[in-house]
Design a protein around this ligand. Structure first.
Ligand code: ATP
Length: 219
């Protein structure tokens, strides 16, 4: 069998705005998983969320600022530039066609693992990628029967297994617990509260300059 190529990381999200709870866990998880580079994949219209996100140009600009000092992170803008909702399965199919011999590692937070069964064609995702899961405070602590079974079948304890197969495994990384969400940040800004420990200063300055997430004025 041909030797596999280096694993590629993918970290999907709305990033509205990107925050330390995205960047720090994914850097740690990538190191633990032995993944050298991770594509930050902002979605166009999130399938799982009710609210329309901020304009693509703002989310992309903030993402660029937030990853500036992390050479292992780069932006894959394929989803954000489409005009339809983004389904992970379709993006993974496209990536697999481009990278037939690279293991694909899709990074998610623990809350996303708990809701994986709601994703479009979720079982088929395991035919395209591994999942590397970051800890996230506030995520459920009890596992559904379905999730427990999934872990029984697919969890690997060392990162070797992620590099010896193209897809199909779950690796739970031991990452710092950061109780930060984009929702909190948007609410803090609306209420005039500080976001100092949540967001990179360059992103904070961008938010201020472009007056993002301000309370809507009603008359
Ligand atoms: P929102 O509050 O708008 O729902 P969010 O903060 O959850 O947004 P997303 O961009 O929706 O951020 O998340 C993208 C990915 O990042 C998801 O897999 C999510 O689980 C993960 N993630 C977000 N915040 C954290 C965090 N604080 N710790 C670990 N993982 C996180």
């Amino acid at each position: 069998m041909n030797k596999l190529r280096p694993a590629l990381g993918i970290f999907g999200g709305t990033f509205d705005p990107v925050h330390y709870g995205h960047i720090k866990p994914v850097i740690d998880a990538a190191q633990q998983a032995g993944v050298q580079s991770v594509a930050m994949l902002p979605c166009h219209i999130p399938v799982h969320k009710d609210l329309a996100p901020s304009a693509a140009k703002h989310r992309l600009a903030m993402l660029k600022l937030a990853i500036e000092c992390y050479p292992q992170l780069y932006i894959d803008d394929r989803e954000i530039h489409t005009s339809a909702p983004s389904y992970t399965i379709h993006t993974l199919q496209a990536l697999r066609a481009e990278y037939p011999r690279h293991p694909l590692c899709f990074f998610i937070g623990m809350d996303s693992l708990h809701s994986l069964a709601t994703w479009h064609e979720w079982q088929a995702l395991f035919d395209y990628c591994h999942f590397v899961v970051c800890c996230r405070p506030g995520s459920q602590t009890t596992l559904s029967k379905e999730l427990q079974q999934l872990l029984n079948e697919r969890q690997v304890m060392t990162n070797n297994a992620l590099h010896n197969a193209l897809y199909g495994k779950i690796f739970l990384a031991d990452t710092p617990l950061l109780a930060i969400s984009s929702t909190d940040i948007r609410q803090h800004i609306q209420q005039g509260l500080s976001t100092n420990n949540m967001v990179d200063p360059k992103v904070r300055a961008y938010i201020q300059t472009h007056k993002l997430y301000q309370p809507s004025t009603t008359f």
